[in-house]
Every structure is written in C-alpha cells, then in structure tokens.
Design a protein around this ligand. Structure first.
Ligand SMILES: Cc1cc2nc3c(=O)[nH]c(=O)nc-3n(C[C@H](O)[C@H](O)[C@H](O)COP(=O)(O)O)c2cc1C
Length: 134
C-alpha cells in the first residue's frame, strides 16, 4: 500500500461556508471515502454542525495535493492549518468521517486558538467524543 513517498500529515480546522447547506458534508464525505482509498490517504474528518477539523495522513505527495484542493474548496471558509509534518506511522487505518458529539459546544473553535504543539494532542483527545460514521 505504501509507495516511495514518505508519510506526511496535515491537521486543519475550517468553517462551513455560509453559502453551503449542511447536506454538503455528507456529499464531501462520500466522495472523500472513495478518493482517499484510491490515493492511500487515511485520517479523520470531523464536523460539529459548523466547523470542520480534519487530519489527513498518507504518502506526502498525495497529502499535499489533497490539502491544496481542500484549501481552494469554496464549501468551507477560514481554513487554518494547525499542524503539518512528517509522520512515522499512520494514526488511522482508514479514512472516516465523524460527528463531534459533546456538550462542549466550541471544542473545535478552541483548537483554532491552540498552539501547533497542542493542536494534535487536542484532536486526538476528541476521539472518544466522535460519533464515527463507519
Ligand atoms: C471540509 C472538507 C474536507 C474534504 N476532505 C476531502 C478528502 O478527505 N478527500 C477528498 O478527496 N476530498 C475532500 N474534500 C473535497 C476537495 O476539496 C475536492 O473537492 C475534491 O478533492 C475533488 O477535487 P477536484 O474537483 O479538484 O478533483 C474536502 C472538502 C472539504 C470542504
């Protein structure tokens, strides 16, 4: 499954565009599932009703190409990369979309304010409160 390109990961938060209905989220997730499998990209895309937070991992070239497309996607705004860099081994076995289910309404908003060191740790700490779609 791995090719010669070293593993890389990206973590960002963004906000659903005011012009986008919430139903685009399931459309994005359905397409991403197929495309990510084809490119060997795994990770987690979470949505809380307003914000997205996504970790993308896989061969560096595939991750960077996908990140560029995502940055240009008009369905979300205020895309902010919280962390990016090389990765020794994958954190996830596949790509999953999920929904953040927590009483803490602005957990993704606060991640945006976290420093790059803390952002990944905060994201991983979210895992128990994510309702995974698959
Ligand atoms: C929040 C968000 C997350 C996305 N995640 C992925 C993803 O994991 N994989 C993917 O292929 N496309 C994802 N997309 C869609 C891409 O932005 C883009 O539409 C898709 O890669 C197709 O690009 P193309 O139309 O230039 O071929 C995401 C879009 C948004 C808004």
């Amino acid at each position: 499954m791995e090719n010669a390109s070293p593993l890389h990961e990206v973590l960002y938060v963004s906000t659903l565009s005011p012009d986008s209905p919430v139903k685009v989220v399931s459309q994005i997730a359905a397409k991403a599932r197929l495309a990510n499998e084809a490119s060997g990209t795994t990770g987690l895309l979470v949505f809380d009703g307003m914000r997205f937070c996504q970790q993308i991992e896989g061969p560096r070239k595939a991750v960077l190409a996908l990140t560029e497309r995502i940055l240009l996607d008009p369905r979300h705004v205020n895309v902010e990369i919280l962390h990016h860099g090389p990765l020794r081994e994958r954190r996830f076995r596949r790509f999953s979309p999920g929904y953040v289910v927590t009483d803490d309404v602005d957990v993704l908003g606060r991640m945006q304010e976290a420093g790059p060191e803390q952002a990944m740790a905060q994201f991983l700490a979210l895992l128990p409160s994510i309702d995974l779609d698959s």
